[in-house]
Write a protein that binds this ligand. Structure first.
Ligand code: TYM
Length: 329
């Protein structure tokens, strides 16, 4: 039987966080043997908020090196940069023409981001149709992402179904794939919000590339509560989040962790969480340093990846053009 296809992407809009790692990145390598995987660095999405060109170039190569350091193997998976495969933008345009404006305006990420920006550009509104194009271009069966991408995935499914019913069966309707534990890692300072690299408070997130000392400091500073008991409950969102992090990096269940800290204070619990995170991130941090400096290798990976992706993308786009009534090139 043919392997099913997986597609996922991460924006190079800054350094990646522990949330990106637990919710998405670390699951990518585990899927490589069972699925046909495509992993993309979505630079066209990153420019929907202002980027410093030099920083964007650096961050794009950082994400590529992190993909490799996290164990994605270019011999097994296709790793590429979105802007190197113009079929994404082309399909995105076509999909814009069958997507109601109201549906895009109702997306929560659009609402959040547009409230924080003075002038809202059309790119921010059209972000989800480009994301749909990323996924549908490769006829992906499943999309491994964190819980915050659920609404975008639902829109992608809607667009695929709308296209299929208007122009006849063309796209696979993809399923979302979220991790059982850690689908939404929360901010260390405001645990009612997700951990995000766009936060202005550096203590609210851990970056994969933070030093071990910074990591420990940030976890020690994490907001807790006055209950004083390690419990896995919504009433103690800070502690709940730290248990989730501990659980997702060790495989211990939240119940086991709660038992381990019965009668113990937050100080001891936090030091242990810090060590778990430091140990959990050490392999990827070490490998990143080795890979990031090998410019030739990185270039080889993204060039070959773009070639493979482009070949597959062209196949789908040709079908789409034919169904929509374009004259073949
Ligand atoms: P991005 O770049 O914001 O995040 C990359 C991945 O990390 C997950 N994630 C989290 N998971 C758990 N807890 C958190 N605090 C957390 N923060 C982020 C995200 O869910 C995501 O899986 N729109 C996407 C990029 C994208 C994409 C795609 C993804 C563009 N095209 C096609 C999949 C398929 C995004 O903004 O991810």
């Amino acid at each position: 039987m043919d392997k099913k296809t997986i597609f996922s992407g991460i924006q190079p809009s800054g350094s990646l966080t522990l949330g990106n790692y637990i919710g998405a990145l670390r699951n990518f390598s585990e899927l490589q043997d069972e699925y046909n995987c495509l992993y993309c660095i979505v630079d066209l999405h990153a420019i929907t908020v202002a980027q410093e060109p030099k920083e964007l170039r650096k961050n794009t190569l950082d994400v590529l090196a992190l993909y490799l350091a996290a164990g994605i193997d270019p011999e097994k998976s296709t790793i590429f940069i979105q802007s190197h495969v113009p079929q994404h933008a082309e399909l995105g345009w076509c999909l814009n023409t069958i997507t109601p404006l109201g549906q895009l305006q109702r997306m929560t990420q659009f609402k959040d981001k547009s409230q924080r920006t003075k002038e809202v550009d059309a790119g921010l509104l059209n972000y989800p149709t480009l994301m749909a194009a990323d996924i549908l271009l490769y006829q992906a069966d499943s999309v491994p992402v964190g819980a915050d991408q659920k609404q975008h995935l639902e829109l992608t499914r809607d667009i695929a179904q709308r296209f299929n019913s208007r122009y006849s069966d063309t796209f696979t309707v993809p399923e979302i794939m979220t991790p059982k534990v850690g689908a939404k890692i929360m901010s260390l300072q405001e645990p009612q919000y997700k951990m995000s690299k766009s936060s202005s408070d550096k203590d609210s997130y851990i970056l994969i590339l933070d030093s071990e000392d910074e990591t420990r400091k940030k976890i020690k500073k994490a907001v807790t509560d006055s209950v004083g008991v390690v419990n896995f409950t919504d009433e103690q969102p800070g502690i709940k989040n730290l248990i989730t992090i501990y659980s997702s990096l060790t495989g211990k269940t939240p119940e086991d962790i709660v038992k381990m800290y019965e009668g113990k204070g937050y100080g001891e619990f936090k030091s242990d969480v810090a060590e778990v995170v430091v140990e959990g991130l050490r392999p990827i941090r070490t490998k990143f340093e080795e890979i990031r400096n090998d410019k030739e290798y990185l270039e080889k990976v993204y060039r070959e990846g773009a070639q493979k992706a482009s070949f597959l993308g062209t196949k789908t786009l040709r079908k789409v053009h034919k169904k929509m009534g374009f004259i073949p090139r």
